[in-house]
Design a protein around this ligand. Structure first.
Ligand code: PNS
Length: 177
């Protein structure tokens, strides 16, 4: 079995991150438990119509992890494995929330392995409380007037409010059990 020295290790965590959610933050945190540095890298995809531009997403991630040099942010085009090789990362991190994520992730991981067997995909599971959280649902809920403050970092909520012209909802007091 090939063994990798994890000292000084860099893992890339690719995605659309439109926008990042607390589920993504949870995965970054878990990634830092295993690797020295995690680089969130945003796919520049001209075919997608994102809510936040790539520049805005980079700025959001920078602000969220400001002060933590272990978390980096970047963008990429083309093949992910080529990007990973170029930046010296031998690991790709992907989060799996539920079995429904698995088929697509499994296909991508095997395709990436075929393209470059030196790069390993590592799946990480976020905390159960984030298993239903996705960027798509966060945007939908916010745009329809729902509260997302427990689901995204504060900077995302602020940016959503600016982008959609909707005032922030005051936090609801938790019901006593
Ligand atoms: O957050 P997402 O949208 O699920 O992220 C998907 C992403 C960016 C990881 C995936 O689309 C990707 O890696 N695209 C780069 C193109 C590529 O390398 N394709 C071949 C591997 S299947």
């Amino acid at each position: 079995m090939r063994r990798k020295n994890l000292k000084g290790s860099l893992a890339v965590f690719p995605g659309s991150f439109d926008p990042i959610t607390n589920g993504h933050l949870d995965i970054v945190d878990r990634g830092l438990g295993v690797f020295d540095r995690v680089r969130m890298t945003i796919l520049m995809n001209p075919e997608k119509q994102p809510l936040f531009s790539v520049e805005e997403r980079v700025a959001i991630i920078r602000e969220t992890f400001r002060g933590d040099p272990r978390v980096e942010v970047d963008t990429f085009t083309g093949l992910l494995v080529d990007y990973a090789e170029k930046v010296g990362a031998s690991v790709i991190i992907r989060g799996i929330r539920a079995i429904s994520d698995f088929e697509y992730e499994f296909q991508m991981a095997l395709m990436n392995r075929r393209l470059n067997p030196q790069i390993e995909t590592v799946f990480m599971m976020p905390a159960e409380s984030y298993s239903y959280v996705s960027s798509r649902l966060v945007k939908e809920v916010f745009q329809l007037g729902g509260r997302v403050s427990d689901l995204v970092p504060p900077v995302v909520e602020k940016r959503l409010s600016e982008k959609c012209g909707t005032p922030l909802k005051p936090g609801r007091a938790r019901r006593k059990k």
